[in-house]
Design a protein around this ligand. Sequence first.
Ligand SMILES: [Zn+2]
Ligand SMILES: [Zn+2]
Length: 370
Amino acid sequence: MHALTCPICNGLSGYANRECPFCGTPVGVHLPSRSLVVASEDGIEIEGRRWVRCSNRHSTGCNWMTPAELDDDILGLGSRCFAGSLVRGRPDADDTIALEKLRPASLDLRLLVYQLVDLGLPVEPYWRTDGGLAFDLLSSQTLGHPVTIGHANGVITIDLAETQDAYRERLRVNLGEPYRTMLGHFRHEVGHYYQHILVETGDGADRYLDTCRELFGDERAGYADAIERHYKFGAQADWRKSYISEYATMHPWEDFAECFAHYLHITGTIDTARESGLMLRADQVRFSMDRDLVPLESYADQPIERLLYDWKWLSTMFNRVNAAMGRRPLYPFDIPRPVVRKLGFVHKVIRESASRNTTGGLLIGPAPGR
Ligand SMILES: [Zn+2]
Ligand SMILES: [Zn+2]
């Protein structure tokens, strides 16, 4: 993830900040340039377009900017930012307990959308295209019935109850998972969406579907049977030899979504390290390393092996840092050879999609003629 800096003093800002922590300037995220701009009440003129603060500024603490002309009259969305406009379902206005949880979940959603746009993936909203991306952010606790986290035809459903550490941690332990976060849920579910639009349908089917089935298995296998089998018998004993997680063994769709999520974990974390100038120098580390490790600005033209080589060293270091704080590893996973190939496939699909997607995923305005 990028290091966002204050446009006035260049101080480092957190992703959720609405003010520079150093000079107090009101700041907002301008998505097309992936940077912070001054977020005054009247908005700011950028390349001939006026950008104003997102109307979710108070309700969810949003710090994104949005083009001023995208008001109620055009889309019926209010002057919500692009990430906010993807939220189709949210708790009722009087459900204050659930609304409180919307705030942290919305931040994770913005982190997701930022990264998708930054990778150049198409982010086509549901309000413009049938089957486009939408998020239903609901709470099982206040609705009083289960909210199944999942994806169907572009719509991603998230259970806001999982923003609570105690609730999520109990599930994590019960399910025997080494890692469970809200951002991880978003990254996994959006993986289902991209498998559907980039691999299984349209041009992608000719281009990728055979290889996808060879690597991940045939996605036409019965999904309901797969769930039942998984929760009854669990994964085969030697799953670690060919899967990134136990959950990935359940069905070819889950294997793809897990690998997609890991690709976002890995590239997002490497990028964060690089933006801080982090590198590992072979003549300075106290263990043997065959060369300096300098994270690249882009791995687009690199083979997956290069990305994963860098990640091996960086994640080892981050895991040791966490151990020094008495915490579980940052990245509690091993990547066996078959998963290298699966991640290589995800890398290829994302890079090729980005190079075809000349708008850079920034389809922010209404469709032409609307
Ligand atoms: Zn500042
Ligand atoms: Zn917003």
